[in-house]
Design a protein around this ligand. Structure first.
Ligand code: GTP
Length: 341
């Protein structure tokens, strides 16, 4: 599913290729946080935003704030593999619009490989119309070494990046930051890194960072691809179908939930559920949207804006290792969070 939002700024049709920035990074690293920071920043650009979520419900589209929403839905899937053609088509539609954007921001799902996305932009119909400006990879300073079975994907995301944003430094000490930098030094010959909390990075640093050639992304991965990633089904060009590597599960209800019961349930999720997030209709504050965020073992529930004209409704997605989500057990767990009058 892709979502598109526009910031209302003066429109000016530009004949030059439109710069595209790709936000990548593993599940829960802080991509939507960064997206919101850019969107609400003072840059005066007319920005089109494409959001790809991996689950059946696009929670990220719900969590993009402060801009008028104009949502375009695409098939549920991962833009670097299963719905790459849909991505190309959506970008084409976007740049053909009379209100042409001056900048395109693409938030990839946390399981996507940016090289696959960059290759999509090498499409003959797009090559002259857009310019891949930079790939920003958000890394969760607290969770980077968690889920070691996902390390290959995390490394690929970092390897493609023009800049790494080492995020959530507020949650870790200097020792962990030093350990991460040492680990990066041992893997990458050259990389640009900026430390941040809540992706608080100056806009001038984020926009127009570089000027990437999509064809170069593949070659920058050449060294990495020579290493065996350990996946027996891997063709070593990393053209996985991510729907075969990850499972998603979603839950929806119109009945209000108890936030405390939800917090308890979320804190006991199985270790192979890497990420869960959702908007919650709660009995505690029925007039406002609550937002559930689970990254690894960290659970956060916060109250958001009023439902307004939207129908109060809980929508939750979870993403985990392929075949490892016990869907019935999860459903049962959440049903137990329903508030009883
Ligand atoms: N403490 C702390 N929390 C953060 C920071 N950055 C983001 N978060 C929180 O981490 C959670 C996940 O952030 P998101 O921005 O949704 O992460 P994401 O990468 O978009 O997640 P997916 O799209 O699901 O892959 C949210 O609860 C954020 O508020 C940070 O620097 N410090």
């Amino acid at each position: 599913m892709l979502a598109m939002d526009y910031i209302d700024h003066d429109s000016a049709v530009s004949p030059s290729p439109i710069p595209v920035t790709i936000l990548t990074g593993f599940l829960g690293a802080g991509k939507t946080t960064l997206l919101n920071r850019i969107l609400n920043g003072d840059h005066g650009l007319k920005v089109a935003v494409l959001v790809n979520d991996f689950g059946a419900i696009n929670i990220d589209a719900e969590l993009v704030v402060g801009v008028e929403s104009n949502v375009i839905s695409l098939a549920n899937g991962c833009i670097c593999c299963t719905i790459r053609d849909d991505l190309v088509e959506t970008v084409m539609e976007t740049i053909r619009r009379p209100e042409q954007p001056e900048y395109i921001l693409l938030e990839a799902s946390g399981v996507a490989e940016p090289s696959g996305i960059a290759m999509a932009f090498n499409n003959p119909g797009l090559r002259d119309r857009i310019r891949l400006d930079c790939i920003l990879c958000v890394v969760d300073g607290e969770q980077v070494f968690a889920a070691p079975e996902m390390m290959e994907l995390k490394i690929f995301q970092m390897a493609c990046a023009d800049m790494i944003i080492l995020n959530k430094v507020d949650l870790v000490g200097g020792d962990q930051i030093g350990k991460i930098k040492k680990w990066l030094d041992s893997r990458f010959h050259r990389y640009r890194l900026i430390e941040a909390s809540h992706c608080n990075v100056p806009l001038e640093v984020l926009l127009s960072v570089g000027r990437l050639d999509p064809t170069q992304v593949g070659s920058s991965l050449h060294e990495l691809e020579r290493h065996d990633c350990g996946d027996p089904n891997c063709d070593h060009e990393h053209k996985h179908d991510h729907s075969k590597a990850f499972s998603t599960w979603s839950y929806e209800t119109d009945q209000p939930l108890s936030l405390e019961a939800l917090r308890q349930a979320a804190s006991k999720l199985a270790a192979n559920i890497y990420r869960a997030k959702g908007v919650i209709y709660s009995a505690d504050a029925p007039e406002r949207r609550a937002v559930l965020q689970v990254v690894g073992r960290r659970v956060d529930i916060s109250l958001g804006d009023a439902w307004g004209k939207r129908r109060p409704r809980t929508q939750i997605v979870a993403i985990g290792a392929h075949g490892a989500i016990d869907k019935e057990a999860l459903h049962h767990k959440l049903e137990q969070c329903l508030s009883t009058p």
